[in-house]
Structure formats: structure tokens, C-alpha cells
Design a protein around this ligand. Structure first.
Ligand code: URA
Length: 211
């Protein structure tokens, strides 16, 4: 099997914020706020290899050749609904990004993800596409969302999450070995209900206060 292209952000601030998020008594308000903060550290990693070109600019002191981004605006694709919790922070650091949404539900007979919504920006083939979902659990939704995104022409795709389970990473490596995964932590395993352990519970419920 190919090696996972997996990056774990091992930064003390990220680790500390994530530990606070795992606490079951944290309010939704604080959970959202920490998720937004961590998303910006993740954004730093998923964009670290974007190309640059030199542009002539004039500072108050002199003319210089200044590096500026040399690529079309990236695309953020949120896997509904928990992915939306990562969007705001990402848009603060990537304000010109385009945004797409993919909605999937699990068919209770086949246990496979079924698409109920898909709205993606045009010209995916020329853009970095950053797929966001806080939890990479079984990996089935992430792999299915990336199937849809590839079908629209995308080739430069990164998957960004907060927590990953080894099972989810394996699923992604089998389905999409070309896709880099960036996460704040790799947890131990999934439990019998498909929750990441130790994890933080249902990310969507914790973001939106629906539990
Ligand atoms: N989705 C979640 O929100 N939490 C998990 O632990 C697994 C999947």
C-alpha cells in the first residue's frame, strides 16, 4: 500500500487548543472559536507550497522585487455540515478563495455515502482545492467527496481535518493516494459506532450546539 502523505501539525499552541476542544464541558461558542483558531494553523500548512513570482513594488524607501502568489485563487470545499466550522478561519487567511459545498448522507443499508448536495466553483483543474472536514473517521465521506471533486477536473487536492483516525487515513490512502492529508492530531482508533477515540464527540453537534 502507498505511504500516506500525512502531515500532523505538532505545534504547542495547536496541541493546547485541541486539548481544550476535547473537553466535553466546553461550550459551543468556545469550541467554534478554537476551531477557527486552529484552522488558521492548518491553513498555513496546506498552503506552504503555493507558487510565488516576483513583482516590482515600491516601498516608502525603494523599489524592490517582492514575492507574490502566482496561482489562481484556491478553492475551499466544505463537507457538510461540520466542514463549515473550518471555513470562517480559512477565509480570514485566504480571503479570495472560492467556496464549494458537498453534502453526503450514509445509506443505512449499504453504509456507503450518498450525495444530496454538490455545488462547486468552476475551473477546478487549475486551482489548489482544499477539502475541509474536522473529523477523518472512516474516511468514506472524504473519499466520496474527493471522487466528486476529481470528476470536475481537480488534480491538486489537499484534505484538511482537525482529527484523523488511522482507519480514515488508510481509506484515503487506498482511494486517493495522491491527496495530502493535513491534521492537528492522529487519534487511536474508531469505536463500534464510528466515533474517533479519544476524539471530541460529534463535531457538528459541538459546533452547532445540536446535541
Ligand atoms: N464524526 C464526528 O463528528 N466525530 C467522530 O468522532 C467521528 C465522525
Amino acid at each position: 500500500m502507498p505511504q500516506p502523505k500525512l502531515t500532523i501539525i505538532e505545534h504547542p499552541l495547536v496541541v493546547h487548543k485541541l486539548s481544550m476542544m476535547r473537553d466535553k464541558d466546553l461550550s459551543s461558542r468556545d469550541f467554534r472559536s478554537l476551531l477557527r483558531e486552529i484552522s488558521q494553523f492548518l491553513a498555513y500548512e496546506v498552503t506552504r507550497d503555493l507558487p510565488l513570482r516576483l513583482q516590482t513594488i515600491t516601498t516608502p524607501l525603494t523599489e524592490m522585487q517582492a514575492p507574490v502568489l502566482d496561482c489562481p485563487d484556491p478553492v475551499l470545499v466544505s463537507i457538510l455540515r461540520a466542514g463549515n466550522g473550518l471555513l470562517d478561519g480559512m477565509l480570514e487567511v485566504l480571503p479570495t478563495a472560492r467556496v464549494g459545498f458537498v453534502g453526503l448522507y450514509r445509506d443505512e443499508e449499504t453504509l456507503r455515502p450518498v450525495q444530496y448536495y454538490c455545488k462547486l466553483p468552476p475551473e477546478l483543474a487549475s486551482r489548489r482545492v482544499i477539502v475541509v472536514d474536522p473529523m477523518l473517521a472512516t474516511g468514506h465521506s472524504a473519499a466520496a467527496a474527493i471522487d466528486l471533486i476529481k470528476a470536475k477536473g481537480a488534480t491538486d487536492i489537499v484534505f484538511q481535518c482537525l482529527l484523523a483516525a488511522p482507519e480514515g487515513v488508510d481509506c484515503m490512502v487506498r482511494a486517493h493516494p495522491d491527496v495530502r492529508i493535513v491534521t492537528a492530531a492522529l487519534d487511536e482508533c474508531l469505536n463500534e459506532n464510528g466515533y474517533i477515540v479519544p476524539g471530541l464527540g460529534d463535531a457538528g453537534d459541538r459546533i452547532f450546539g445540536t446535541s
